[in-house]
Every structure is written in structure tokens, then in C-alpha cells.
Design a protein around this ligand. Sequence first.
Ligand code: ADP
Ligand code: MG
Length: 234
Amino acid sequence: MNPAAAMAPGTPLTPRLVAEGLAVAFDGRTVLGDASLAVRPGAIAVLEGPSGCGKSTFLRMLAGLTEPLRGRRLLDGEDALAMRPEVWRRRVAYVFQQPPMFDGTVADNLRAGPKLAGRSLAKADVEALARRVGLDAALLDRAARSLSGGEQMRVAIARALANDPGVLLLDEPTAALDPASAATVLGLVRDLAGEGVSVVVVTHSREHAEALGGTRYVVADGRIDPRPEDPCTP
Ligand code: ADP
Ligand code: MG
């Protein structure tokens, strides 16, 4: 059980995930120069910004898949460099933009992550995961690749939750979905935050950013800044 799920009002609001002054360059070109972000347990940080500004790169650094040139990443106060990379990656789960489904059934997909960690999920655990993301148990025996886009995104999120991470990173999870599927995924993200998971979501859609109800940031000029108040909204 995730201890943050039982977080009572008044619990100290120490950040779960902190990124401090992260920098990354590709082929000598700086993409992020000084990127910082802090996310509390159960909070949603929404990152917006033009294509190519480094949003996916930032998530990959948070996920422990790309190493920063400078800066540090902390999880519950513990530095990424002091933790085994596979432990960090289990605790900070990352869902790719258009995540590929693995061969086999939905249940096989949900079992994949724990299996890598040497753990085999019982049928009841698989069913609980499916329930957690609103996937009908009847889908568990279907070939994962035969599911709709929205269902596949929920499988990807369930797969990411299988190791019970404290942080969930989502790269444009609604970009390829029809409006109804996008709405269910946005609702799921809010529910997961309600359970205490810290979520960082990249989106291009202003409407989806608003629907998430989190704290909004803009990625630009190699930095991450709180989104300025919109003068048009009351
Ligand atoms: P966003 O997700 O905001 O659209 P990305 O983080 O994917 O942007 O990319 C930011 C910039 O870094 C882009 O110019 C992209 O071409 C470049 N980039 C990203 N990953 C690599 C890589 N592995 N090698 C070289 N350049 C990269
Ligand atoms: Mg991207």
C-alpha cells in the first residue's frame, strides 16, 4: 500500500520529487539549461510548451533514462545518484508517448514490469491493477495490441503502476486519443493523484491541461516556469 494514499489533511507538504537545475545538451546544443520542478505527493504538475523545447527530454531525465550534465534529482529527499538506477526507475514510472504494447495479452503486459523485478503477479493482483485504471476484467485475456488507443493507454498506465511507484510521468498521454477516451484518461490521472501518486504530465492541449486541474508550467528557453496567469480567464 502506498503510504501517501492515506495522507491526512495537514500532512507536511514536502515534495516527493525534486528536479534542481537540470541541464542537458545534444551534440553541443543546450536543450535544457536550468530546469527545476518540485512535485508533492498527490499533486499534478502539467508541463506545456512548444514542440522541441525539451519536455520529453526533461521527463526522460526525471525517469532516470537520460543523465543530466548538471543539477540533481531527489525522490523523497534521496538523490538519484545514491540509488540503484533500476530502483529509481521502479519508483518513478514513465509512460512513453504512444507506448508500445508488448506481445501477448493485457494480463501479460501488466505482469511484465514485476517479472523483470523477479516478482510474479497473482491473478487477483492483475485484476486489482485493471480495476485501478478502469479496465474491464474481460479485456485481460485479449491481445493487448487489439485494444483501442484509449484502452492501450490505460494498459500502459496500469503497467507503469504495477511496481507501485510514487511518481508517474506521462508524455502527452491524450495526444493520440479521441475526446471521449482522452476524458477517461484525464479522469484516471486525477484519481491516481487522489490516491497520493505524484504525477507529471506533458500536454499540448490547453483544454486537457485545464481538465487535469494541477499546477501548470511552461517549458521554454531551457527552463521550467510557472505558467503566467491567463488574462482572459476570470
Ligand atoms: P519536446 O518533447 O518538447 O517536443 P524533446 O525533448 O523531444 O522536445 O526534444 C528537445 C530537443 O532535443 C529537440 O531539438 C530534439 O531534436 C533534441 N533531442 C532530443 N533527444 C535527442 C537525442 N537523443 N539526440 C539528439 N537530439 C535530441
Ligand atoms: Mg515530446
